[in-house]
Design a protein around this ligand. Structure first.
Ligand code: UDP
Length: 240
């Protein structure tokens, strides 16, 4: 058994989009299975991993608002969407033999525990993956901001931002611009002033104010979560 004091703890942010696979909408079980395998292998090696999952594969509050819906209600729909992703990941983690708990910021006792930080930490210490759902439970926030807040509250050493189809932060969209240059390292301030696509500004400033490093990397390449945990130079490190 790995000595629990020597174990490292990370928070992994997964975008909802990744869950949809190529489809864009809903959950692709094959993709979730793949993510679960990756997470399982990292946890088996003795790393404590908590996960925050987005909900962009179901609803984004801002998009529903643009189409005439009330923003707060749309945001609640967005938060509820994240919970479906959490349950899908939990299911495949279980199939990999990894214990996990879903904790949601909106209570729904039949499907998940409520968000209780100290209990989340206990789960992590026991080698369970803790999956945080329903964002912060508050409209006008994002799951990126949730990820930063949860990482801080559970005392994770870094926020790992697994991206879908891009291996770090670039000075332009590499899908549209072949000359886009990838950064190996960035300061928080540069991310904000250059409006680089790492996370929303609320999340970045929260990380900056509390010196929480963010590591951006390609999520679905085999073995990448493990590489990110080991600090291998596969993506972009945002720090002070
Ligand atoms: N959301 C919210 N408060 C939170 C987290 C999320 O209102 O604390 C809503 C918001 O509408 C957001 C949606 O949930 O658009 C889905 O989350 P997000 O867009 O962060 O998911 P991702 O882009 O990572 O898939």
């Amino acid at each position: 058994d790995t000595d629990k004091d020597s174990r490292r703890r990370f928070l992994l942010k997964l975008s909802g989009e990744a869950f949809a696979g190529g489809g864009g909408l809903g959950v692709d079980p094959d993709i979730v299975h793949k993510m679960a395998r990756e997470i399982a292998s990292v946890v088996r090696e003795g790393t404590e991993l908590a996960v925050v999952i987005g909900g962009g594969n179901f609803f984004r509050g801002s998009e529903l608002q643009q189409r005439g819906m009330d923003r707060a209600r749309s945001d609640y729909m967005g938060m509820l969407g994240t919970v479906m992703n959490c349950l899908a990941l939990q299911d495949f983690l279980e199939k990999e033999g990894i214990d996990s708990r879903v904790q949601t910021a909106i209570t729904m006792g039949q499907v998940a525990e409520p968000y209780i930080p100290l209990r989340a930490i206990r789960h992590l210490e026991k080698g369970r993956v803790v999956i945080f759902g329903a964002g912060m439970g508050m409209p006008y926030f994002s799951t990126d901001t949730t990820a930063a807040q949860r990482a801080l509250e559970i005392n994770a050493e870094a926020l790992l931002m697994g991206k879908n189809g891009v291996d770090g932060v670039y000075d332009a969209d590499p899908a549209k611009n072949p000359d886009a240059v990838k950064f190996d390292a960035l300061e928080y301030g540069e991310v904000i002033t250059r409006d680089l696509k790492v996370a929303d500004a609320t999340a970045i400033t929260l990380c900056r104010d509390n010196a929480l490093p963010i590591y951006v990397f390609e999520l679905l390449a085999e073995g990448n979560i493990g590489r990110a945990v080991k600090g291998e130079k596969i993506g972009t490190l945002v720090s002070s």
